[in-house]
Every structure is written in structure tokens, then in C-alpha cells.
Write a protein that binds this ligand. Structure first.
Ligand code: GLU
Length: 544
């Protein structure tokens, strides 16, 4: 009996690997095109770090005219969650990320390199495991959990490296006859790689992001097929990324230390290894120290959070690009109107260590992103958000023509308003523009001029003598100055500053009185524009 007999006994029906090697023909792509993928386990939760990762791979595929595909890594069936695949696909779609190829729902995929769901690829892994078994490069291991425990305890007691390797790998050198007998007796087993590695030797690897790294060779006889017949991540990674012809693996840095195992697997299987880009984990400051953004503690770790808060997808993507390439910010300043896809993204410029996530900065980016949107765009997005998350706001926006005017205030000019960072702030920020939301009897907080009689005097004179809805902006402002002067205030701020003791205040204090009376707030966008959108009747009513 030889290895072939053992392989046939274990996987009697598995095909010869030549079948798959021929079935998946070489991709026909332009020179330099990158084939990359997003390969989540379907847990039903999309972490902001995952979005970061997909954004990077999709930028790389787009930039090179390549392919970004979706593969579902569901070999850990204990973690299966109903509807999780569709939910990931939809969450990513919300952020404008769609795949060129791969899984499209819970069951189906599109493309010539599928199935794209690992649980549907069992026979493929079996073929490659059989191929290794038949050459004696893999073997069935009958170690029970108790045996493995005992092994670990012994190693720990002797202060040795733990694991299943070298002399500790009890079933590594079992004869074919002994293995066959155990299988025939119904003993359970896994398939392990017979690692040719030597811990004392080093391997060198050049990571696209991390640069040169050095590790000891892998000498662990890792499991490639588990007791349930499904492959481990390591084995599936090698087989799938080979057959799907991935050229660039973009994945979390927690996998960097598996590089020796993965390169070894590619080598033993006779595959060409892809390039690897291990991206930094997204961190946040917690007091003085950095920590991972945690699914449990930080709501902003979940991608759905941004959708619920109404932080536009454009803002989130733009912020993530900011984290990825520090020159993005300058590019954006110089090219305010360009599409994100026009940015020359450089994967190797991603920082090596933990990317720091800062919500304040994210909202700041978002203010800028929103400031560049047209009133129509803002309206559409707010409206869509409100339909799902805020009925009251949705009702307020029913008069589209009026809402467009409100959103049009200080927009579309060279210095657009920057007071909105997310749609959940919109209702509060525009409520005074709606008569039924504006409580004219509320106690307003005035600024420097807060005496009731003085306020009345100012407002009264303004309506009677200076207010004319038909004035252009310059005339309107000149009239506010005239009003200030008539009431004994400085007509220019400059004048006031040169001799502050001479006046009770200046033109700005006067306009603040009008602003607060009209809107209930000390800070608003341009008052002239507000007056025009509110219209003559509302202005007079509120001021009276
Ligand atoms: N399923 C793995 C994970 O979710 C994929 C890692 C990879 O991209 O290879 O971490």
C-alpha cells in the first residue's frame, strides 16, 4: 500500500486537480491589472475597518483595470448567520461599492471562477488535499482533543514552543497501513500538512504595505481539512486565491504572521503566491492610549452607524481615503470638484502602523463634502435619509420648492456654508425656516444688545423705515448701517474698534438683534438670504 491508496481511501470521489487547473482558464486582463478580493466570513456585521479594506481593494482594481470580487468564507459553520451575505452586500452597496464578480446573494455568484462561497467548494478542496495526500505531503492525524491537550501541557511544562510539529507530531510518521487501519476502524481524523519547514531558518517577505518582513519558517503541521470535512482558512486561502487568480491579497494585518504558513502552502501546492498588502487596524484614542475600534464599545465601529446618523457615504469614503493616503487632503483642496476615483491612490503609501480614527475629523471632512453638494443633491439625500429615520423631517421637506431654497442658502458659491456634517443635524439646523417649527414666543438669547426696550426700538425702526424685500444685498446692508447710525451705533465695525467708548455698539450688534428676532439664533447662514427665503410676510410677522 502506498500514499495513493491512502488518498483514494480518504477521498474516493475527488477529481484530479488537472480538472480544476484546466477549468479555470487564465484571465484575460490588461497588463498590470490587479485581481483582488474581499473575503469576509458572513457574521452579519460590517466593521468600518472592513469598509476601509474593501475601499482599498476596489480602488486598486479600478485603477489598474482589474477585478475586485467577493468571496464568502463560511467554513466555520458555527458562526453562520441567516441573511448575513445579503446584508454585507447591501451595506457595501450603500457605500457605492459593488463587485465585478463573486457572490451576489446567499446562494449564487456571478463570474467564471466560482463557486464563490467556500461551503460550495468542498469537492475542490478535497481534490487538492488528495493531491497532497497522494504524495505524502499531507497525512491523516488521529489526535484526540485530550491528546492535543496533553501535548500542550507537556510542552508548556518543558517551556517549549507549543503546537503540532516535528517530533511532537505523533501521527506524522504513521505508516500507510496503520493509517488505513485506523480509518477502517472508524477513528476520527483531520488532514494535516506535513510541514517541510525548519524553525531555525528564516523566510523573507516583501509586503506591499509593511515592506520587508522576516519570520522563522513554519514547521507546524497545520490542519488543512477539519474533522467536519471543510478546509481551514489557510488551505482555502491558498486553493481559492490560486484558482481565482488573485494577484493581490488585501487583508487585515492580523494575518501578517501567517505569511510563513501561506507561502509554504503555495509552494507545496506548486502555486504562484499572490502579493500581499496587510492593512493597519483602525484604532482610536481612548484617553492617552490607542486601542482598536471595538464592535462592543464603539458604535462608530459599525458601518450601519453612518447610515443611521446620516453621514453621507461620500464623507465616509473620503475620510477613509484621508486615513489611507495622507496626501489625499491636499489633493482634495486642489481638486474640490473631482470624483474620488480620479485620485491617484497609492497602496504602498498606506501607513505601516495603526490607522487612527477620529470622529471629529470625520465630521469635519463631512462638512466640506456636504458644502460642495448642490441644493438639489442635499435635498435628495436628506429626503431619502428622513424617509427612513425621521418622519417629522420628511414632512417638513414635502414642499420641495421651498426646501430647495432653504438648502440653497449660501450654497453653490465660492464660500459655501459649512454648517452641516450629517443629515441627523439638518432638522435642528433648518427648523427656524419653517413657520410651524418656529416658536416666536420662546425666550431668545440675545447677544450684546439684550435690553427689551432697545430691541423693540431697533426692530420697529427697521420694519418701518429700512426693510424692503426688493433691496439688493448691498442696499440692504447699507440700510442696516443707516439704521445703526440713526440709533447712535457705529455704522462700521472698524469705527467702533478705534473708539469703543464712543458708541454703545456697532452695526454687527444691530444685525444680530434682527437675526435673533427672525431666527431665534445668534449664528445662522447669511441673513440677507434667509430674509429672502422666508419672504416678506414671514419677516414682518416675526419682527412684529
Ligand atoms: N475570512 C478572512 C477574514 O475575514 C479573510 C482574510 C483574507 O482576506 O484573506 O479575516
Amino acid at each position: 500500500m502506498d500514499y495513493k491508496d491512502l488518498a483514494n481511501l480518504i477521498f474516493p470521489d475527488a477529481k484530479d486537480i488537472s480538472y480544476y487547473e484546466e477549468k479555470y482558464v487564465k484571465r484575460n486582463l490588461p497588463e498590470g491589472a490587479v485581481v483582488t478580493r474581499y473575503a469576509p466570513s458572513p457574521t452579519g456585521f460590517l466593521h468600518i475597518g472592513s469598509l476601509f479594506q474593501v475601499l482599498i481593494s476596489s480602488m486598486m482594481a479600478k485603477k489598474t483595470g482589474g477585478i475586485n470580487y467577493l468571496r464568502i468564507e463560511d467554513t466555520d459553520q458555527k458562526r453562520e448567520i441567516e441573511g448575513a451575505i445579503t446584508s454585507v452586500i447591501n451595506s457595501l452597496k450603500d457605500f457605492g461599492i459593488e463587485f465585478d464578480e463573486g457572490q451576489i446573494d446567499e446562494i449564487n455568484g456571478k463570474g467564471d471562477y466560482g463557486p464563490y462561497k467556500q461551503s460550495q467548494r468542498k469537492e475542490i478542496y478535497e481534490a487538492y488535499a488528495k493531491y497532497l495526500l497522494s504524495q505524502g505531503k499531507a497525512y491523516p492525524c488521529f489526535a484526540t482533543p485530550e491528546e492535543l491537550n496533553e501535548l500542550r501541557e507537556k510542552q508548556e511544562a518543558a517551556k517549549l514552543r507549543t503546537g503540532y510539529y516535528g517530533v511532537w507530531a505523533k501521527y506524522r510518521n504513521l505508516s500507510v497501513e496503520e493509517a488505513v487501519e485506523k480509518i477502517k476502524n472508524g477513528e476520527s481524523y483531520v488532514i494535516r500538512l506535513k510541514s517541510p519547514g525548519n524553525e531555525e531558518k528564516k523566510i523573507r517577505h516583501k509586503d506591499v504595505i509593511k515592506g520587508n518582513v522576516e519570520f522563522p519558517e513554519n514547521d507546524q503541521d497545520i490542519v488543512i481539512i477539519k474533522g467536519d470535512g471543510l478546509p481551514t482558512y489557510h488551505f482555502a486561502h491558498a486553493v481559492d486565491d490560486h484558482l481565482m487568480q488573485t494577484t493581490l491579497v488585501v487583508r487585515g494585518e492580523e494575518w501578517l504572521s501567517s505569511i510563513p504558513t501561506h507561502l509554504q502552502l503555495f509552494n507545496i501546492l506548486g502555486f504562484k503566491a499572490p502579493k500581499y498588502a496587510h492593512i493597519p487596524t483602525i484604532m482610536k484614542m481612548d484617553g492617552e492610549s490607542k486601542r482598536k475600534l471595538s464592535k462592543r464599545k464603539d458604535p462608530e465601529a459599525a458601518v450601519d452607524y453612518y447610515t443611521e446618523e446620516g453621514i453621507p457615504k461620500e464623507s465616509v469614503l473620503e475620510y477613509l481615503l484621508n486615513i489611507a493616503n495622507s496626501n489625499f487632503e491636499i489633493w482634495r483642496k486642489q481638486n474640490p470638484d473631482k470624483k474620488l476615483s480620479e485620485f491617484d491612490f497609492q497602496i504602498n503609501k498606506i501607513g505601516v502602523s495603526g490607522a487612527l480614527f477620529d470622529m471629529v475629523k470625520m465630521l469635519d471632512v463631512s462638512k466640506n463634502v456636504i458644502s460642495r453638494m448642490s441644493a438639489e443633491e442635499v435635498y435628495d439625500k436628506v429626503n431619502e435619509w428622513a424617509k427612513q429615520f425621521d418622519e417629522e423631517l420628511s414632512v417638513m421637506l414635502q414642499n420641495k420648492e421651498y426646501a430647495l431654497k432653504v438648502f440653497g442658502i449660501e450654497r453653490g458659491n465660492t464660500k459655501p456654508r459649512k454648517d452641516i456634517s450629517k443629515w441627523s443635524e439638518v432638522k435642528e439646523s433648518i427648523s427656524y425656516m419653517f413657520n410651524d417649527k418656529f416658536d416666536k414666543n420662546a425666550q431668545f438669547e440675545y447677544a450684546k444688545i439684550s435690553d427689551k426696550n432697545e430691541i423693540e426700538k431697533i426692530v420697529k425702526l427697521y420694519i418701518e423705515k429700512y426693510f424692503d424685500i426688493n433691496d439688493d444685498k448691498q442696499t440692504w446692508f447699507d440700510k442696516i448701517k443707516d439704521l445703526a447710525e440713526e440709533l447712535g451705533y457705529a455704522r462700521e465695525v472698524k469705527l467702533f474698534k478705534s473708539e469703543p467708548e464712543k458708541w454703545p455698539g456697532h452695526v454687527g450688534d444691530i444685525s444680530t438683534v434682527i437675526r435673533v428676532t427672525l431666527t431665534g439664533r445668534q449664528n445662522t447662514p447669511d441673513l440677507y438670504e434667509i430674509i429672502h427665503v422666508l419672504g416678506k410676510d414671514t419677516v414682518i410677522e416675526r419682527l412684529s
